[in-house]
Design a protein around this ligand. Sequence first.
Ligand SMILES: [Zn+2]
Length: 230
Amino acid sequence: MEEARRSLERRIRAHLARGTLSLMLTDNRYTMISVRRETQGGRRFKVRLHHMFTDAGPSITRALARYVSHNDPEASRVLGEYIDANQHRVRNRSRRAARPRLVTRGRYHDLQEIFDDINRRYFGDTIEAGITWGPRNGKPRRRNSIKMGSYSVEDRLIRLHRSLDRAFVPRFFVEWIVYHEMLHQVHEVKIVNGRRQFHSREFLRDEAKFEHYAEARHWERAHLDALLTC
Ligand SMILES: [Zn+2]
């Protein structure tokens, strides 16, 4: 595996005009490619790739280099086709009829952008999960409760309720829900007195480290009625 990683890293680097590259292979179900570009002290690319890329040919490694260094749209198209053709190599594929389509861009909030930002600011880019808006609602009505966010351990997937993708919902509040769900990947579920404890004391302590913690809780209380009408 390490040999395969090094070989792929070398092959992509060969197509890079400048900058350094560090590559990590993943078995993520949702994110096949992620790139972090650092510009301090020379350009540096931190790239995570699904292991489906280990035996990619020269046209694909060239596309990877162009995508990594220039976010090149044509390269992105080539890579999209490669990923589609290699879907069978994505883990747990057989357990479900189809992978859910991830919808990250809402009308008001872009979840992938928020996820990447939070991942960098709070988690050193170590969280690996997909993120998506939940399904759209039908007619608006007043509900007794909604689940604003959820995290599926098995799928490594964060879902946010569509109710949050509205003009009156500030970004810090969406960030707060995303941050909470990301913490679930860090904190294992404990069994206390025979019951699963999702929010341990350590979890709550980390949760309070969110920059706008007090503000977010206050905002939630003040706008709960509007949030529940969706
Ligand atoms: Zn939770």
